[in-house]
Design a protein around this ligand. Sequence first.
Ligand code: HEC
Length: 111
Amino acid sequence: MDSIRGLLPTLLVIAAIALLAISLSGCGSDEQLLGKDLFDHSCAVCHSVDGSGGFGVDIGPGSNAALNLTDEQIAGVIRVGPGSMPGFGRLSDEQVASLVQYVRSLEVRSG
Ligand code: HEC
């Protein structure tokens, strides 16, 4: 019994390290990301964090770009990628839906 009790702190530390490793292994992939995190990770490189554009077109505040599109059309843009924008077909339906909402929220902020 005493030896098990002595081991307990060590086991807890090992368990904590294992959990940390599991959560860190998610970094670098966008599998778990939603909304803003996903946008910052996958889209901001071209559209910039506020959506104002760069390599990609301005889809941010005041642009009206996505306002003129239906949710289905924005989802299609994300999945297929028009012109020189790459498609993001590997994203889940949930992730695409969260991006559609986030793109809309960027535009709404234009007031
Ligand atoms: C490699 C750069 C690049 C990345 C990454 C990128 N885009 Fe684009 N995006 C573009 C370009 C370029 C266009 C304009 C395409 C065209 O019409 O020729 C565009 C167009 C769009 C449009 C349509 C605007 C309109 O008026 O029709 C939306 C919405 C959009 N992108 C959202 C996103 C989202 C959301 C992501 C992340 C999942 C993303 N983009 C990632 C480059 C990019």
